[in-house]
Design a protein around this ligand. Structure first.
Ligand SMILES: C[C@@H](O)[C@H](N)C(=O)O
Ligand SMILES: C[C@@H](O)[C@H](N)C(=O)O
Lengths: 155, 155
């Protein structure tokens, strides 16, 4: 059936955080997010892809006002669990295209990525699920990205 | 506000595919999913985390009946775009916990991961967004995972 696009959203208030080289054994993700929960850090868009040589990167976004507290927690947790380090990137933005069933429709998914590609925008992280396709891009391209996605899907 | 857990779902019909070492330049994701769209491959849960030395892994799940067609497409596309290779894993399952606002609640997120950790289940991939937290785990642990998550959230 046809996917009905509900809209395009963006948020430039995100800071990207990555715990690099997390040992790929049970309990590590629980420990990282358990420690963040103790400091009441608001998180969004957790991404863990494929492991490489028995370690894995766990990436996610935090609200800018929580970034400092999150960095402190993560640096101490990363040491405790033997991860390789913590990487923080502040100049990112998230753009999402929303629509029921969108993430299972491969031609709509390809169209989202090609709208960004034609605008010369590099995709830094990707997360899709159910009703949304989200991309992390460089913050200075967020207006161009929203315009490109609007033109492709909402006009 | 409190997150209301709507339920726990699982699917063992997934095959995990990863295009490894994709050059981190605009247009690569558009090319990969454009080629899959030509073969009408049904996809789910696309994940791209942090790049390492100018390349990135793009992971996703396909329905088992599409896995062979998807592998053929990806091996040819990976060669064309100069990616390092294609990795296919058949013995995986997806478990998800569903609830409005769940992915922004860090203590619920930590509880999902710790329920799996206490059952000794390793988390292979993670994707969270809006109403769901999804984990890819080994297929032979899917009953244990669903039982552990039900016990933690639905009883
Ligand atoms: C890397 C991390 O996710 C680990 N596999 C865990 O289960 O916690
Ligand atoms: C790796 C891939 O996502 C690339 N950065 C792109 O924009 O297509």
């Amino acid at each position: 059936e046809d996917v009905i696009i509900r809209g395009v959203t963006s948020s430039a208030d995100e800071v990207k955080m990555v715990v690099e080289g997390v040992p790929d054994v049970p309990g590590m993700a629980a420990r990282i997010f358990g420690d963040l929960a103790k400091r009441n850090v608001k998180i969004d868009m957790i991404i863990q892809a494929m492991k490489r040589e028995a370690v894995n990167d766990i990436a996610f976004c935090v609200a800018r006002e929580d970034a400092e507290a999150a960095r402190e927690v993560l640096e101490s947790t990363a040491r405790d669990i033997g991860a390789q380090g913590v990487h923080v990137e502040d100049n990112v933005a998230k753009v999402s295209v929303i629509g029921a069933g969108i993430s299972q429709d491969v031609s709509v998914t390809a169209a989202v990525f090609s709208a960004l590609a034609e605008a010369g925008i590099n995709i830094d992280m990707i997360s899709t699920s159910g009703i949304r396709i989200s991309c992390i891009i460089s913050r200075d391209r967020v207006e161009d990205a929203v315009r490109a996605l609007h033109r492709r899907f909402c006009e």
